[in-house]
Design a protein around this ligand. Structure first.
Ligand SMILES: Cc1cc2nc3c(=O)[nH]c(=O)nc-3n(C[C@H](O)[C@H](O)[C@H](O)COP(=O)(O)OP(=O)(O)OC[C@H]3O[C@@H](n4cnc5c(N)ncnc54)[C@H](O)[C@@H]3O)c2cc1C
Length: 329
């Protein structure tokens, strides 16, 4: 069965996440393998701005609507528009970022389309007409391969940072989506409360500098971790112990009950490496841990365990990185 590939574009007033470009690149590759078209759907205020940014990626069509209902109501209008594009495109694989919002959209659109759903996918393989999705489960202890049955639709959430984004201007056609008829919505968004967080999404950052209970309080997150994260072009994360203590917002928590990150470099200080933390960061490219105890569990799976006091090592490391950057500027 020939299927198209449709990506859902998550954005805020036209600013999108890096995972969108990873989705766009994978959509093209997948569409070429299964003989379909690669489409994107961007909705709400700023949809045309994000469509421009997506113009640098090899999509066939970008379907947009700036309908204010999308931003005024909870996800129902978003799913209505996405469903309308999917139904008019015909049999399709819908790719969504495995983010908070993406997971919400994916579940709803899968129910609407009566489609199968595979989540947190890190690889996609095409075997003849079969689309196989590879996803780590049980905290990464098992790697599963799930294939869609011969149903017209399938929904996949993609782990940020798992696929490469490669721009290639092709001048995708921008298509206005007609407003789905006969819909009315009850739940309006009254206010959006955002926890303070860095510009860069934790799940998408190429470098994560994380801190734990060993840092002893909230200040080192600002004074020690943030400068190093900035110097390395990354962002700050934390263990649950640090979030539970109220030192950082829960949005920075990494692990089983927090976020799953897969950066190129994960550097942590004052984190012991409990299994519940490990499952949120073990797929990082390089893991460096700073701990004053040389026998901590994180030493068993870190690429490098630096034994010493984080309060001495972090400022020196930051200075070295800053000096090296200045020398190569
Ligand atoms: C159901 C469940 C879900 C959970 N989910 C998560 C989760 O999502 N994420 C998560 O992180 N945890 C989670 N936990 C908690 C987890 O089990 C650990 O308790 C937690 O990860 C410990 O955090 P930590 O490493 O910061 O603290 P600790 O284990 O107390 O480690 C602190 C480390 O700091 C070191 N240290 C102290 N001072 C210094 C210094 N000056 N310089 C360098 N090192 C120093 C110590 O040697 C120690 O190794 C969960 C637990 C349960 C039961």
């Amino acid at each position: 069965m020939t299927r198209n590939v449709i990506i859902f574009v998550e954005h805020k007033a036209g600013h999108t996440r890096k995972v969108t470009f990873e989705l766009a690149t994978e959509a093209r590759a997948l569409a070429d393998q299964i003989g379909g078209r690669a489409l994107a759907v961007a909705l709400g205020n700023g949809a045309s701005t994000v469509a421009q940014a997506l113009g640098k990626y090899p999509l066939d069509e970008i379907h947009i609507s700036e309908d204010p209902d999308v931003d005024r109501f909870l996800l129902d209008p978003t799913v209505d528009y996405l469903e309308a594009v999917a139904r008019s495109a015909g049999p399709s694989i819908v790719l969504v970022g495995n983010t908070m919002m993406g997971r919400d959209v994916a579940g709803r659109i899968a129910a609407r389309l009566q489609a199968g759903l595979t989540s947190d996918v890190t690889g996609i393989r095409v075997e003849g007409a079969r689309v196989e999705c590879i996803a780590p489960k049980l905290g990464g202890n098992t790697i599963t391969t799930c294939a869609f049955k011969e149903a017209p639709y399938g929904v996949v959430t993609i782990r940020p940072n798992a696929f490469a984004a490669a721009s290639l201007e092709t001048g995708a056609q921008v298509v206005q989506i007609a407003k789905p008829a006969g819909k009315s919505y009850a739940l309006t968004i009254e206010a959006e409360v955002e926890e303070a967080s860095d510009e860069m999404g934790l799940e998408e950052a190429p470098v994560v500098i994380a801190g734990g209970r060993g840092l002893g309080g909230p200040e080192p997150f600002d004074t020690l971790l943030k400068p190093l994260a900035q110097a390395l072009g990354g962002t700050v994360g934390a263990s649950r112990a640090a979030a539970d203590a109220g030192w950082v917002p829960y949005s920075l928590q990494i692990g089983q009950t927090g976020k799953v990150v897969s950066p190129q470099l994960y550097l942590c200080a004052g984190i012991s490496g409990a299994i519940q933390h490990k499952v949120g960061m073990q797929t990082a490219g390089t893991i460096v841990a700073i701990n004053k105890d040389g026998s901590v569990p994180i030493g068993e799976f870190a690429d490098l365990l630096v034994v010493g006091d984080a309060f001495k090592i972090l400022p020196e490391l930051t200075q070295l990185v800053q000096e090296s950057k200045a020398a190569h500027a």
